[in-house]
Design a protein around this ligand. Structure first.
Ligand SMILES: Cc1ncc(CO)c(N)n1
Length: 236
């Protein structure tokens, strides 16, 4: 799958993407993602990322499930709850892969602490689910779809044939047609909800979209540095 078409120029998504264009570029150019693209990324760094991402997906799924309870029609509720289920299926798949692909035992996985950035991002999504209006929650969720699809397809464009690529499975997951269709549906939902929101809500949507995109950058950066809690040394 190649890049998605641009969203309608007069909608929220177009405005949000333009507002975060510099950040989107920094994400694609982050050394974690350039290493993922050319296959040079250290496998241990990738394993750390996968463990964090499985934990992230649980929080993301909870935010999606919460959003589905607030949808005002069955189609949107089905999309959101189906996406929640999809994120949890992916979490189970990643978890199963720890042992087969990375040789990590359950004890080793338990020994990897949830990083500050992973906890911050998932906590932010959960907080939006509890305290923000439905349109703002949706805007916070959207970068999780859209940024990954953008990164996945940008990487695929640069790699071409994936047959021998060490991170083939990851690239295929986020560059495939099924994920692209989900991103289009999510964008259409956010544009529709934004179109009937008032200006103040639309401002908060833009702030939430931007913050979540910042957390996407932080998430990759925290995997790259194998971010730990600086306070761990005080706790023995
Ligand atoms: C951090 C993060 N954001 C988005 C996705 C895509 O669902 C993911 N797997 N992980």
């Amino acid at each position: 799958m190649s890049k998605l078409p641009a969203p309608p120029a007069d909608g929220f998504c177009a405005q949000a993407w333009e507002h975060t264009a510099g950040l989107q570029q920094a994400i694609v150019e982050h050394p974690f993602n350039t290493g993922l693209a050319d296959g040079s990324l250290d496998r241990e760094v990738f394993a750390f990322y996968i463990v964090q991402d499985a934990r992230y997906l649980v929080g993301f799924a909870q935010a999606l499930a919460a959003a589905s309870t607030r949808a005002d029609n069955a189609e949107d509720a089905a999309f959101l709850s189906g996406s929640a289920n999809g994120a949890l299926v992916e979490e189970r798949r990643l978890h199963a892969g720890y042992v087969s692909e990375f040789g990590l035992t359950e004890a080793e996985i338990d020994g990897i602490g949830t990083s500050p950035s992973c906890l911050a991002y998932t906590s932010y999504l959960r907080a939006c689910a509890l305290t923000e209006p439905y349109p703002v929650l949706l805007a916070a969720i959207l970068p999780c779809f859209w940024v990954y699809q953008h990164v996945g397809t940008t990487i695929l464009e640069s790699t071409g044939d994936l047959a021998e690529h060490p991170y083939r499975a990851w690239i295929q997951t986020y560059a495939d047609d099924e994920f692209a269709a989900a991103v289009l549906t999510a964008r259409e939902l956010v544009d529709r909800v934004a179109a009937s929101a008032d200006d103040a809500t639309r401002q908060r949507m833009l702030a939430a979209f931007t913050r979540a995109t910042e957390y996407e950058w932080l998430f990759w950066n925290s995997a790259w540095t194998k971010e730990a809690w600086p306070t761990a040394e005080f706790l023995g």
